[in-house]
Ligand binder design. Structure first.
Ligand SMILES: [Zn+2]
Length: 175
């Protein structure tokens, strides 16, 4: 066909059909495939995307990009290194929230201290192309209030399966 092959088909030197499932995620001219190919191999990317339904392909492609970039940056820990990094950010945020709540409690009274927030998760969060820089920049660009809201969301999600809810857990520490 006349149009240029997608990144995966180009590496594999195969014909990129109009129905190629890799094309939307690794279009011609995009450099996204480079890290992914180096870490997972274009053959495996092709296999994985072909084995999935349309709804899962974008998530899988973004996950592969994310994991490959993390592995390139941190060959030892890969994505786990990022988890530790974000866990550290979350721990700092939790300390900030507890300190702020304590300050609020002494200023306006403990009954006026908000126990939780509504969470402004961006609608395009999952669809954002996987780039550690973009995620880090996105988190850095949040206001303090938004960071606190995000923190509450993660705690709620994390606490959903436990008997003590996240706001309860925070409330206990806040006491
Ligand atoms: Zn293709």
């Amino acid at each position: 066909m006349a149009s240029k092959p997608c990144g995966v088909c180009k590496i594999l030197k195969i014909t990129c059909e109009p129905t190629c499932v890799c094309k939307p995620h690794f279009p011609s001219g995009s450099t996204r495939i480079q890290d992914v190919h180096q870490i997972f191999g274009a053959v495996n990317v092709h296999k994985i995307l072909n084995s999935l339904g349309a709804a899962e392909r974008e998530i899988a492609a973004n996950s592969l990009c994310y994991a490959a970039e993390a592995r390139r940056r941190d060959p030892i820990h890969g994505v786990h290194g990022m988890i530790l990094h974000y866990q550290s950010i979350l721990n700092d945020l939790e300390k900030d929230i507890i300190a702020a709540m304590n300050t609020l409690a002494t200023t306006v009274g403990s009954d006026q201290v908000p126990k939780y927030f509504d969470i402004p998760i961006p609608n395009d969060f999952l669809a954002t192309p996987a780039s550690l820089d973009s995620y880090i920049e996105k988190i850095k660009s949040l206001t303090t209030v938004e960071k606190n809201q995000l923190m509450q969301f993660w705690k709620r999600a994390d606490g959903a399966s436990s008997s003590a809810g996240p706001s309860t857990a925070l409330g206990e520490k806040y006491q």
